[in-house]
Design a protein around this ligand. Structure first.
Ligand SMILES: [Mg+2]
Length: 400
């Protein structure tokens, strides 16, 4: 089975909808309602299909459909499945020699390789990642952007309202975007609004909810305001502080000091912007115990790179918590599968986008976590009626 040949690959643009308007963040204007899922399908001669997404490549400055087809051709066409990954039993140990250059440049390709080989061998990607370590996989709602800016009359009451709705939908964990003072408000006013929003949300969801904050570097250069923030929100019991400042060892030493004074149980997490993981500065942060969890994106790095990242960080005490944002519904599947297998994983970043294109995939969400069934590869299947009706005419294919 593993020697079968790949004969065809394609890319299709799928629209993917948030269930609500998603607002601003420290560095950017509104996310909005609808985003893109660039679905890649790879087929073998005997009819197996592997999936991944090319969102990271398509959002890069040089991303294009024509360029993507060249990448797929180099990575897959005419190759046999056993060229793609190296395995020890069912566990993946690395990337095959002939594809290592293209997989290094475009690590998201490895997800399709896992999917194909998993299906060919009759095992799940969880087994290929080293086996299941948790089921269900806890998830956090990541859609609390600057929702107060979408409804200025309500202000932080808007955030509280959405947090209560998230709680009613079954979530026990939420991440709150802060850092308004870096761009959208004066620094002191932004701090006050950040605090007000955090407190309003804590009030709305009650004391048991796990709350994280994400500054997207909005507190750069303002350790005074960062200290005010940590002091004033101590009673809200923030579980983690994400990217409050740019990754830098001296800055993180200073931030750790402040955090230990005001929120000694909180984690400092970062790394989603790391383009070639694990970059030296993040290795330094990990070695000094200044980075409690690392977050390179699952849709960008794929499975093989994340296995490598875990090897790099092993022994440092830094936990794995890949970011999942801008990855569409596909990202839910890929992220939960990784989370199920990773020893140090904390929880899944859930964009909560609406279902589309795929069949019900055996992931069931209950009481704030995803329960996973049995499947081969990724276990994600396209609904061919929907495909033929909406997407087939937009599919761009290449064949060997
Ligand atoms: Mg973030």
């Amino acid at each position: 089975m593993a020697s079968q040949k790949i004969t065809r690959a394609s890319v299709t643009h799928l629209p993917v909808w948030h269930r609500k308007e998603v607002g601003k963040v420290a560095f950017a204007d509104n996310i909005g309602l609808c985003r893109s899922e660039w679905l890649v399908r790879v087929h073998t001669e005997s009819g197996l299909q592997g999936l991944t997404i090319a969102n990271r490549y398509m959002r890069s400055p040089n991303g294009s459909v024509a360029g993507l087809l060249d990448i797929l051709k180099e990575a897959f066409l005419g190759r046999t499945l056993d060229e793609l990954l190296t395995l020890d039993g069912d566990r993946v140990t690395g990337v095959g020699k002939t594809v290592s250059a293209v997989f290094r440049d475009h690590p998201w390709l490895s997800i399709a390789a896992f999917d194909l080989i998993g299906r060919a061998r009759g095992v799940s990607c969880i087994d290929m990642l080293g086996g299941g370590r948790r089921n269900p996989v806890p998830a956090y709602d990541t859609t609390m952007f600057y929702q107060d800016f979408l409804d200025p009359e309500k202000g932080s009451a808007k955030n509280a309202e959405e947090a209560a709705a998230s709680r009613a939908d079954g979530y026990w964990r939420m991440k709150i975007k802060i850092g308004r003072g870096s761009r959208w408000m004066l620094p002191e006013d932004g701090l006050q609004r950040d605090i007000e929003v955090i407190q309003a949300i804590r009030e709305a969801v009650g004391p048991e909810h796990l709350l994280m904050v994400d500054g997207n570097f909005g507190y750069n250069g303002r350790f005074d305001l960062l200290e005010d923030l940590m002091r004033e929100t101590a009673s809200a019991n923030i579980f983690w502080f994400e990217e409050m400042i740019t990754a830098d060892v001296n800055g993180y030493r200073r931030m750790r000091d402040i955090q230990m004074r005001h929120a000694p149980n909180a984690l400092l997490v970062c790394g989603e912007v790391d383009q070639s993981p694990v970059s030296p500065v993040y290795q330094d942060l990990a070695a000094e115990g200044l980075m409690d969890a690392y977050q390179a994106d699952i849709g960008q790095e794929g499975f093989a790179n994340w296995m490598e990242i875990e090897r790099t960080l092993e022994g440092t005490g830094t936990r794995s918590n890949p970011r999942n944002f801008g990855n569409g519904r596909f990202g839910t599947r890929a992220g939960v599968i990784f989370g199920a297998s990773s020893e140090t994983y904390i929880h899944f970043e859930d964009e909560r986008q609406l279902d589309h294109t795929y069949k019900p995939d055996g992931l069931s969400f209950e009481n704030g976590a995803y329960m996973i069934g049995n499947f081969h590869g990724l276990g994600l299947e396209i609904d061919l009626d929907i495909w033929d009706r909406d997407h087939a005419k937009h599919e761009v294919q290449i064949s060997a």
